[in-house]
Design a protein around this ligand. Structure first.
Ligand code: HEC
Ligand code: HEC
Length: 446
């Protein structure tokens, strides 16, 4: 071969390797039998509460196949104009589907407001989405980012549908979910609605403490924080069991105003500086806080309510704040942390399906990803593990002398145990699913 042809050949090879023609998004990794999304149920204390019943039909529209499709859509960058962004870019599972920066990076500019958590939206007010409650319906709140050129940017949904039709997975997933492989924008929204609707936080310590069989109780500090919350915060953040926006009210909580963002005032000039109070469920995980992400930590939020509030509409937060002591601030913080549900932020059924799962054989009992937290712990131990089939799992706690000192069981992937009565020292937790078991050690310290 002459040298010239060899040179041309190399150039061609470099061109082919560097061009995008080899770029492809892999297929999602999905379990052979879908995860369970449809048996989502309100715990009793939420369904019937002294403040009125929650809508027991809130989860009825969810099917396992519909939510599975929604999961794939939520994480799929193919839906964006440039194949580089998905809902999960700004709504990350480990942050209860929010982002960790004040403003997220959009396709062209940073977003105007702080990205919001997506937990518990199916049963929150059905008429108040976004910080300025401009979206009266969860369907439009889902549809807007799909078309927003600074977000998913699929301004021409038909281009996206063509890309989806060309994949090996979408036609089949639509068929499974809706009995038709004809992809439409309203079915895309419907599937996303089912997936987002399944994101609840009913495994939080607070919720578990209402289940007498769980053995979980709030500590003295947490209970003191709850009392302060009921006295000062509940008015806007709704009743002590839901912590969720159930009415489309907007408020001013005494933040120092920023003239670039007037909240609902941008739509109605009589409502300057009013904003939606977001759900406080999983609030521990969604820093930074407020519509502009101005507070980096929950401590800063509590300092605002304690001493930083300025004059506001009805002064429900007194100007100058509630004047909490150091102890009261710690109590409130401890209480807010009882609203965290680690299952939602760790379970594979809400995770990115384009990342290979640690174990993708659903027929196999797998107890490999056991984790114990906090470790050391003072009063409650959270035991989290893989439980894609919702198998009955038993937890046993042994002390340093090998004596069984506590046991519990459950069907979810997180079991909370009250160890507050056990002496300080080293312990071992063993979980058992069918014949598989796994142990890990932890420390009780006070
Ligand atoms: C570039 C970042 C970004 C992307 C991508 C994005 N979002 Fe958002 N999302 C936000 C921001 C910022 C807000 C708050 C908007 C506001 O209040 O003005 C928000 C708010 C929401 C809300 C309202 C929540 C509430 O409590 O009111 C929903 C629902 C939502 N997004 C769903 C989605 C879905 C579904 C997708 C994918 C189709 C998506 N988002 C993609 C940044 C993003
Ligand atoms: C007058 C009504 C009102 C009262 C009382 C109130 N809040 Fe708020 N809260 C709001 C509003 C409105 C927002 C959103 C404000 C914004 O971003 O502009 C908010 C935001 C928050 C946030 C941040 C949410 C997020 O996702 O960024 C936390 C945490 C919070 N409040 C906790 C509390 C606590 C704790 C108390 C009691 C000490 C309390 N609130 C009392 C109305 C209130």
């Amino acid at each position: 071969m002459n040298k010239y042809l060899f040179f041309v050949g190399i150039c061609f090879l470099i061109f082919v390797l560097s061009s995008n023609s080899f770029d492809f998004t892999g297929d999602p990794y999905l379990p052979a039998a879908p995860f369970d999304y449809e048996t989502e149920l309100f715990p009793d204390h939420l369904l019937v509460s002294p403040w009125g019943e929650n809508d027991s039909t809130a989860f009825d529209h969810i099917t396992n196949d519909g939510a599975t499709l929604g999961r794939v859509l939520f994480f799929d960058e193919l839906l964006s104009a440039n194949d580089d962004m998905s809902c999960a870019t700004c709504h990350r599972q480990e942050l209860s589907f929010s982002d960790d920066v004040p403003f997220s990076e959009g396709a062209n500019n940073n977003t105007f407001r702080n990205s919001m958590k997506l937990n518990d939206l199916a049963w929150s007010s059905h008429a108040a989405f976004f910080w300025d409650i401009s979206q009266p319906d969860l369907r439009t709140a889902i549809k807007l980012p799909l078309a927003d050129p600074n977000e998913i940017g699929a301004s021409d949904i038909n281009v996206v549908i063509n890309k989806m039709n060309a994949t090996s997975y979408y036609p089949n997933l639509f068929y499974q979910a809706f009995g038709t492989s004809l992809i439409t924008d309203s079915l895309i929204v419907e599937a996303l609605l089912q997936f987002i609707g399944s994101m609840t936080t009913f495994e939080s310590k607070f919720d578990k403490s209402h289940d007498i069989f769980s053995g979980v109780t709030l500590s003295l500090e947490e209970n003191r924080g709850r009392t302060i919350f009921e006295a000062n915060c509940e008015l806007c953040h709704t009743d002590g069991n839901s912590f969720n926006q159930r009415f489309n009210f907007v408020h001013n909580n005494g933040l120092v105003e920023d003239s670039t963002d007037m909240g609902v005032g941008m739509l109605d000039s009589t409502l300057f500086f009013l904003f939606k109070p977001p759900s406080l469920r999983n609030i521990e995980l969604s820093a930074p806080f407020m519509h502009d992400g101005r507070f980096a930590t929950l401590e800063e939020v509590i300092d605002h309510y304690a001493e930083g509030a300025i004059n506001n509409d009805w002064n429900s937060v007194p100007p100058g704040g509630f004047g909490y002591s150091v102890q009261e601030r710690a109590d409130l913080l401890a209480f807010l942390k009882t609203l965290t549900d680690y299952t939602l932020v760790t379970h594979e059924k809400w995770s990115d399906p384009f990342v290979p799962p640690t174990s993708n054989d659903p027929s196999q009992v797998d107890v490999s990803d056991l984790s114990l937290f906090p470790n050391p712990t003072a009063d409650v131990l959270q035991v989290s593990f893989d439980n894609r089939q919702n198998l009955m799992t038993y937890v046993q706690i042994f002390d340093a002398g090998g004596r069984l000192v506590k046991k519990s069981s459950g069907h979810r992937s997180l079991i909370s145990l009250n160890v507050g009565h056990l002496p300080t020292g080293n312990y071992v937790a063993t979980i058992t699913q069918e014949d598989a078991n796994k142990s890990a050690s932890f420390v009780i310290a006070r």
